[in-house]
Design a protein around this ligand. Structure first.
Ligand code: NAD
Ligand code: MG
Length: 392
């Protein structure tokens, strides 16, 4: 029996994780579920999975949940705040932590879990983008197992040699081919991009996801963040990683070897596959995913990415090459810009403009510790807000 904490249980990844867990009650016990402020859904999840703890970041929401749990006579203890998120990630009875909070907000509890040596199932890519060196050091120091949930990185993990030691060349790897669907605006005329709405940006052709990652997919910042994520997970340089547009999202990524072999992982676009892979690792288990019907898929297309249509992808490569705090600046500026776009304060095309202005305005420093990252994150958020006020 594996005991797990799910950080961000009410989100797209969180609910898919619980869907897989519910199929294997003999294998998994839920210790804690957490969310930002969604009382109703977290209450229903508590009824079904009977966790020992439920945490809401928002204190008022936690008060409501506590009352409902008490009225229903349930045994779940309801906590609130960032310290409680950290607390349920490091409990001695927890074996594995699903990191499925969106954005920088997930950093502290996930880092705490890594430091405590928990097995980490990592969906929250922003953690690696902003604090890759700090997080990977914590994983190494505690000896925890880190399993990627992001479908592309999960595919790469599966296509790399078992027990891959972080040296691509020594393992005969020539490069990593990171696939991208191209999002909803892959073929939209450039002059129409100015006026696209948050609803259009969130209507992804192949995946149903949270709003932030959906906008990132539309701008292809998501792929940029994933290039940086792959850098940290697999010790790959920017030059080792080639982005490939593959609109069908059937191949989830590939690894090319020096002998000419190219290994790919295929499957229907359903996050329950990488989630089940990581939960069962190193075994396999049923995930509820529809089998891949190659006859129905019939064709697979591949196109090179267009950096002019998707300037966010170029900005991410630029930040990875600049290293130090540059990816943290990129990530924070992107979070602020995407929130402003979702809030209809700025246009879709203003997102890369805000990020570029922040990257140009702020110095890049070395990252020695977590405080360096948090300082850069705060500075970039301030600079991005300022830029947005100027644009509006
Ligand atoms: P989502 O918006 O659907 O869910 C986010 C979860 O985090 C919710 O439970 C929410 O309550 C919680 N949360 C949000 N802000 C919080 C805060 N400030 N403090 C505490 N909790 C907070 O997002 P998602 O689509 O599930 O994505 C989660 C993460 O997984 C993201 O980093 C995303 O990039 C990554 N990811 C998602 C997918 C996908 O298919 N959805 C695929 C790959 C990677
Ligand atoms: Mg992905």
């Amino acid at each position: 029996m594996q005991h797990i904490t799910i950080l961000g249980s009410t989100g797209s990844i969180g609910t898919s994780t619980l869907d897989v867990v519910a199929r294997h009650p003999d294998k998994f016990g839920v210790v804690a579920l957490t969310a930002n402020s969604q009382v109703d859904l977290l209450f229903r999840q508590c009824q079904q999975f009977k966790p020992r703890y439920a945490v809401l970041l928002d204190e008022a929401a936690a008060g409501q949940l506590r009352q409902r749990v008490r009225e229903a006579g349930m045994g779940t203890e309801v906590l609130s705040g960032m310290a409680a998120l950290e607390q349920v990630a490091v409990l001695p009875e927890v074996d594995a932590v699903m990191a499925a909070i969106v954005g920088a907000a997930g950093l502290r509890p996930t880092l705490a879990a890594a430091r405590a040596g928990k097995k980490i199932l990592l969906a929250n890519k922003e953690i690696l983008v902003m604090a890759g060196s700090v997080f990977m050091d914590a994983i190494r120091a505690s000896g925890s197992i880190l399993l990627p949930i992001d479908s592309e990185h999960n595919a790469i993990f599966q296509a790399l040699p078992c027990g891959y030691d972080g040296n691509l060349a020594a393992n005969g790897v020539r490069r990593i081919l990171l696939t991208a669907s191209g999002g909803p605006f892959r073929n939209t005329p450039l002059d129409e991009l100015q006026n696209v709405t948050p609803e259009q940006a969130c209507a992804h052709p192949n995946w149903v996801m949270g709003r932030k990652i959906s906008v990132d997919s539309a701008s292809m910042m998501n792929k940029g963040l994933e290039v940086i994520e792959a850098h940290w997970l697999f010790n790959a340089s920017a030059d080792d990683i080639q982005v490939v547009i593959h609109p069908q999202s059937v191949i989830h990524s590939l690894v090319e070897y020096v002998d000419g072999s190219v290994l790919a992982q295929l499957g229907n676009p359903d996050m329950r596959t990488p989630i089940a892979y990581a939960l069962a690792y190193p075994q396999r288990m049923e995930a509820g995913v529809e089998p891949l019907d190659l006859f129905k898929v019939a064709t697979l297309d591949f196109v090179a990415p267009d950096f002019e249509r998707f300037p966010c992808l170029a900005l991410a490569y630029q930040a990875l090459r600049a290293a130090g705090t540059a990816p943290a600046l990129l990530n924070a500026a992107n979070e602020v810009a995407v929130a402003a776009f979702l809030d209809k304060q700025i246009s879709f095309l203003a997102i890369p403009r805000v990020i570029e202005a922040v990257l140009n305005a702020l110095p890049v420093d070395a990252v020695e510790c977590l405080e360096d990252v948090l300082g850069a994150d705060a500075q970039a958020r301030g600079a991005a807000q300022q830029q947005i006020r100027k644009i509006k």
